[in-house]
Every structure is written in C-alpha cells, then in structure tokens.
Design a protein around this ligand. Structure first.
Ligand SMILES: Nc1ncnc2c1ncn2[C@@H]1O[C@H](COP(=O)(O)OP(=O)(O)O)[C@@H](O)[C@H]1O
Ligand SMILES: [Mg+2]
Length: 313
C-alpha cells in the first residue's frame, strides 16, 4: 500500500508512522501541505512536492500547519476532494473539522448526551462577561487551541474583563466554560478504530490546573474503567474520528466530564508511559479502512487493485 502522510514537518510522529508502515510492507511519503498543487483542465491532478496524491491508497492527515484562513480552508478542502475521489483519508476532513473546533465538539458531545461542563460560546464581549458572571469560576479557551495554549482561568470579574477586552482585539470567539474542581489530574484516552488502545493519567506540574503533558504534566499508564472507556469511545464516534485522543476530567466530587476530542492527537507522552505501539495501531486501522473501502466500492475496485496501486506513476 502507498500512503501519503500530509504533515507540517517531519519529526518523531511521522518517523513512527513511516516505521510502522514499513514494518508492514507499505510505502510512505511524508509530504507538506504547503506543497499541495492542484491542476484542473486538460488533466486533473493533485500533487505535493511533485508526488501524485490521486494514486495513493490512503492519506494520513497529520498536523495541519498554521496559516491564513484561505490556506487552512484550502488544505482541508483538498482533503475533502481527495476523499471525494475515493482516497481513504484518516482522520477524515469532516472529523478534523469537527474536532478542531471546540464549539462544534462540545455541541456534538452535548447532543449525544455525553457529560460536558457548562459552556457558553459567543462573539460579543458583553455576552462573554455575562457568561463569566453566570458561570462563576471559568476557563476561557481559544476554540481552535491545543496543548493548553491560551487557556485562562478567571473568577474575578475585573480580571475577566481585562482578558475579554484583550481577546476582543484578536477577534476571538469566546468559549467560556465552567471550571471543574479536580484533583490535579485528568485522563487522555487514546481511541483507535472504536476501541481504547490505552490511556494515561496526567498530573499537573506544581498544582497547575492544566494537566497537558506539553505543559510539564507527568504521565503514567492508566487502566481505564469500562464506563470511562465507553465514554471515550462514544466521544470519538460523535466526531467521527477513526483515531482520537479523548480528554476526560474526573471532578473532585467523583463525576466525569469529556473535555475534548483531539482528532489530530500526538502520542509521544502516551507511548512513553505505556510502551504501546500507537503508530502500529493507527496504521493497522488505516489498512483495514482501505481494504474495507475497496470492498465497499464504488471508487476502490477490488482489494488487490487498492493494495497494488502506486503513488509514483
Ligand atoms: N473546565 C475545566 N475545568 C478545569 N480544568 C480544565 C477545564 N478545561 C480544561 N481544563 C484543564 O486544561 C487542560 C487543557 O484543556 P483542553 O480543553 O483539553 O484544551 P487543549 O486543547 O488546549 O488541550 C485540560 O487537560 C485540563 O487539565
Ligand atoms: Mg486537551
């Protein structure tokens, strides 16, 4: 199988994916989104740095690099178009769109009846302030953020006003969420193909309320109780992610909240703590999807042709 890994850059994650693909007899190319070139007219083609993408069996969509609104929409729409042409794209652009936007993820989790903290999303600064007054102790998050960047916890309305005014200058959308009292730990559950691959418990650095490993949080392997595993699996399914990092926050009083579903998750901390072959699990899921789509048609033909095609013409 020929797999194109679209990514911001090469690094540990793309190395792991290439290793896992090679170990299973597949061929990988790591290609940049910036290199995407689409041609329409006499012939139709999409390449990245000259490598044709329509000949790939699958595209693994890793981190979509920061860019202008036009660049981001072009990159995601390119994934949609590849999918429309019958290429297996993982995670699907639909799942990426849903999980990258905390507003949309929260709305879908809520609709599915999964426990999420009370949250208000708005554009107007006065409505953001009203949300702070209503919810009390809150976390204000960027709706497109990750790794704990840009999260602010406020309870004092005067401090909140400064934060809201500063964010207003950046034309942010306000995502105001009730802060959950917790014991300085949360869980990252890694779901692949509708099953829990593994999980870590993350404990924050120096009592910080953010537990992200990227903020210095310590990680240890965690045996997820079946009810929480079920919650994580349902959360990944709600956004349609074939693999996802689901953040679960157990409160001090014993209940649990789904905080986010990361559709472009990293797994270095998880792998270090658990010893799991995460890339191997992702690749096996991808292969199963390619074979499944080949069987299902209409684009894929038979399994042999799907597996035998080459990325290089
Ligand atoms: N409502 C909340 N109450 C308490 N802690 C929170 C809340 N939301 C987030 N946190 C903490 O901040 C971390 C990052 O939040 P998250 O929503 O996962 O954003 P990011 O996408 O930046 O990881 C969480 O892992 C958790 O430790
Ligand atoms: Mg998170």
């Amino acid at each position: 199988m020929q797999v194109a890994i679209l990514s911001a850059r090469t690094g540990w994650h793309t190395d792991e994916l290439c290793r896992a693909l090679a170990a299973r007899g597949h061929v990988a190319s790591v290609l940049p989104y910036e290199g995407l070139r689409s041609r329409f007219g006499a012939s139709t083609a999409m390449t990245s740095d000259g490598t044709p993408l329509l000949a790939a069996d699958a595209v693994l969509a890793r981190i979509i690099p920061n860019g202008s609104l036009e660049q981001i929409i072009y990159r995601v729409d390119a994934l949609h178009w590849l999918e429309d042409r019958g290429i297996t794209v993982m995670n699907t652009p639909r799942a990426i769109e849903r999980s990258v936007d905390k507003f949309y993820t929260t709305a879908l989790l809520q609709d599915a009846g999964l426990p999420t903290p009370d949250t208000i999303v708005c554009e107007r600064a006065d409505e953001a302030m009203a949300a702070v007054r209503e919810l009390g102790d809150v976390v204000i998050k960027p709706i497109f953020g990750s790794m704990g960047h840009g999260l602010v916890r406020v309870s004092d309305p005067e401090v909140a006003l400064r934060v809201v005014r500063a964010l207003e200058q950046t034309r942010a959308v306000f995502y105001v969420q009730r802060a959950i009292a917790h014991d300085g730990r949360d869980l990252r559950v890694f779901v692949v193909g509708g099953r829990v691959l593994g999980a870590i418990e993350r404990t924050s650095l120096d009592g910080d309320w953010r537990t992200n490993v990227s903020r210095g949080g310590a990680a240890r392997a965690f045996d997820v109780p079946p009810a929480w595993a079920d919650l994580a699996i349902r959360a990944a399914a709600v956004v349609g992610a074939d693999y996802a990092g689901v953040d679960l926050l157990p409160s001090s009083s014993g209940d649990i909240h789904v905080l986010e579903v990361n559709g472009i998750p990293g797994w270095q901390g998880l792998q270090r703590a658990t010893g799991l072959d995460v890339a191997g699990a992702i690749v096996e899921r991808l292969v199963a999807m390619v074979i499944g789509s080949a069987k299902a048609g209409p684009h894929g033909g038979n399994v042999e042709s799907a597996v035998g095609r080459s990325i290089v013409p």
